[in-house]
Each structure stands twice: as structure tokens, then as C-alpha cells.
Ligand binder design. Structure first.
Ligand code: IPM
Ligand code: MN
Length: 360
């Protein structure tokens, strides 16, 4: 298969982890005879520094013209302490999601047996956890009208959803549940919010055409608690934009490191793959950041293009790295392995492993 991939490595550790994902995809290309070509473009603080715009037109054009986007991370401390900054790196990411129509963000969360002791949560609670969050990504409070009065004393952010925005992601979530453990949990705040009541109504209606899927509902406050009390009860969680943002960071604790969590953002015509972690500016250039989230995002890219064996090869290599403790210091403080070395191991394992070449 020929795939043209836009690479938006972004800020902080973005470039160094994305490099490992590219290395991994190149190894896959070699073993399985695919032709992956990569096209770099700037985004985030790096783009503001160069052009004054966190998502320059040229970058958007590259993303619109390629088959998929591999995204690193954005954010820079110089903007964090200045909430009034008019131009911010995050705007680049939000605009990109909106412009590419990436209305569904998929965030799988798994407790890896080899890392079970890394999580601050008790082993018996998290053992066997395998859930996936379907977060709505282009609507809700993130994109509703924002207001600040002239005196700067009253502010508001509108949370708005239309039925079609709920329907399109709900279908994807029900289908995902069908291929998994057949359970879908809608997380909302329907006891308070009108938008949540609309979510319940629309999702319940759609549920009628998926009679094999068990649908249940949880208020987001309870869901936040259940997520760490008993994460095993979940299969697919469907939720709106901001609730999904919050509970996915919470869920990352289950895996033991946010450095493991990948995500896919998909729409009708475009797709983007990005680690959940941020730009981790303190680690920039030190070759210590965990590249696994970025590498697993590359696996999600392959899955999106139905290259399932290839994605499985990445998962096997990652599991091998975890098993042999070829990991960065977030997972093993005494580890001698750098970002680059973990990436090398995974790429080499894909290129050389008996098991993997047998797939051919
Ligand atoms: C995420 C991030 C973004 C979000 C920020 C950087 C705008 O936290 O992808 O989860 O809130 O969606
Ligand atoms: Mn987030």
C-alpha cells in the first residue's frame, strides 16, 4: 500500500518521539512491502515562532492533501502562564481537528500485565482492564461561542450539540463495541445539562439498531470514580468533548504511564494519530521521553487503513520491549534505555523477529 503521511511533530518532545514512530513505520514498510512517505509541516509553538500562526495555511494544506497525519505534541511553557495570550499553540490543534473534520477521538486504555506494578492503583482493581474511550472532538464547550465582557469580569463558554454530531460518533462507538465486548457506556451529566439529555435521547434511539450491544449510562462524576474503582466494568465509553478529555487523562493512570497511550482522531475524509501525552518541555532534547505512545499511535494509523497484521506486529514488538524492560525511565527509573534506543529496539524487533516474519 502507498500512504502519504503528514508529520506534524510540534513542540517539546514531539519531534523525538515522532521520530521513533516513523522509524517503526519504516520497519513495517520494509517487512510488509508498503511505501510510506512522510511530509513534515510545522504546528504549535514551533509554528508560532516561525510564522506567527499555530496552524499555518501551508501546514493545513499538507494535512488535507495527505492520507493521514502523524501528530507529535504541542504546547510551550511560555504560553501556559499567560492565559491572556491571543495566539496559543493549542489553537493550532483545535483548528486542525475542526478543519479536518475529526469528530471522533479514540483512546484505548489497557493494563499491560508486565506493567501492572507501575500503576498507583491496586493490581486487583486494574488487572485485565481493556477499555476504549470514544470522545467527541469537534463540538461542545470547546467550540461554542466564547464571551468576555468589556470589564473582563464575566466570561462564558457555550456548550452546544446538535443531534447529527451525536449520531455520527455514536454509530462508530456502537460498531466498536460490536467488535469488542459488546458494551457501551454513555458518560454524561444528564441530571443537570440539556446537552447531556440530548446525548441520552439520541444514543438511546441509535441503540435500538444495535440490539446486541448493552447500553448503559453514567453521570460523569460517578464515571470518574468508577474508572479507578473498577475499570474492568468498561468496554466502550462514549462521551462529549470535555468529559472525554478529563476521563482519558484519568484513565491513563491505569496503564502506569501516560507515555503509553495512543489515540486516533477520525472523520469522514481525514484521520490523525497522536499520543495523548503533552509536549513535556522539561524533557525536550534529552532523549528520555517514552516513545511508545507515539509508536502505538502509528499502529492505530495502520489499523485505520486495515493493515491489521502490521499493527499487530507493532503491538507485539511493544509488548516485547515492555517484557524485556527495554523502556524509558518513566517505566523503570534505573533503565539505561533512551527514547532512541527504545525506538531502535522496536523497529529491529519488527524487522528481525521470527514470529513477525512468519506473518508474511
Ligand atoms: C488533548 C489535549 C487537548 C484537548 C489540548 C491540548 C487542547 O489536552 O488532546 O487531550 O484538550 O483536547
Ligand atoms: Mn487532554
Amino acid at each position: 500500500m502507498d500512504l502519504n503521511i503528514a508529520v506534524l511533530a510540534g513542540d517539546g518532545i514531539g519531534p523525538e518521539v515522532t521520530q521513533q514512530a516513523i522509524k517503526t513505520l519504516n520497519a513495517i514498510g520494509e517487512v510488509y512491502n508498503h511505501n510510506f512517505t512522510f511530509k513534515d509541516a510545522v504546528v504549535g509553538a514551533a509554528a508560532i515562532d516561525q510564522t506567527g500562526d499555530p496552524l499555518p495555511e501551508k501546514t493545513l494544506k499538507v494535512c488535507l492533501e495527505t492520507d493521514a497525519v502523524l501528530f507529535g505534541a504541542i504546547g510551550d511553557p511560555k504560553y501556559d502562564n499567560d492565559p491572556s495570550a491571543k495566539v496559543r499553540p493549542e489553537q493550532g490543534l483545535l483548528k486542525l481537528r475542526k478543519s479536518l473534520g475529526l469528530f471522533t477521538n479514540i483512546r484505548p486504555i489497557k493494563a499491560y500485565p508486565t506493567l501492572i506494578d507501575k500503576s498507583p492503583l491496586k493490581e486487583d482493581r486494574i488487572n485485565g482492564t481493556d477499555l476504549t474511550i470514544y470522545r467527541e472532538l469537534t463540538g461542545g464547550i470547546y467550540f461554542g461561542e466564547k464571551k468576555l465582557n468589556e470589564e473582563g469580569t464575566v466570561a462564558s463558554d457555550l456548550c452546544e450539540y446538535s443531534d447529527f454530531e451525536i449520531e455520527r460518533i455514536a454509530h462508530l462507538a456502537f460498531k466498536a463495541a460490536r467488535a469488542r465486548k459488546k458494551k457501551l457506556t454513555l458518560v454524561d451529566k444528564a441530571n443537570v445539562l440539556e446537552t447531556s439529555r440530548l446525548w441520552r435521547k439520541v444514543v438511546t434511539k441509535i441503540g435500538e439498531s444495535y440490539p446486541d450491544i448493552t447500553l448503559d449510562f453514567l453521570f460523569v462524576d460517578n464515571a470518574a470514580m468508577q474508572m479507578i474503582l473498577n475499570p474492568n466494568q468498561f468496554d466502550v465509553i462514549l462521551t462529549e468533548n470535555m468529559f472525554g478529555d478529563i476521563i482519558s487523562d484519568e484513565g491513563s493512570v491505569i496503564g502506569g504511564s501516560i507515555g503509553l497511550l495512543a489515540s486516533a482522531s477520525v472523520g469522514e475524509d481525514h484521520s490523525m494519530f497522536e499520543p495523548i501525552h503533552g509536549s513535556f518541555p522539561q524533557a525536550k532534547g534529552k532523549d528520555i521521553a517514552n516513545p511508545i505512545a507515539s509508536i502505538l499511535s502509528a499502529a492505530m494509523l495502520l489499523e485505520h487503513f486495515k493493515l491489521y497484521e502490521e499493527a499487530k506486529a507493532i503491538h507485539n514488538a511493544v509488548e516485547k520491549a515492555l517484557e524485556l524492560k527495554v523502556v524509558t525511565t518513566d517505566l523503570d527509573p534505573s533503565s539505561k534505555y533512551t527514547t532512541t534506543k527504545v525506538g531502535d529496539f522496536i523497529a529491529d524487533y519488527i524487522a528481525n523477529s521470527e514470529e513477525i516474519t512468519n506473518y508474511n
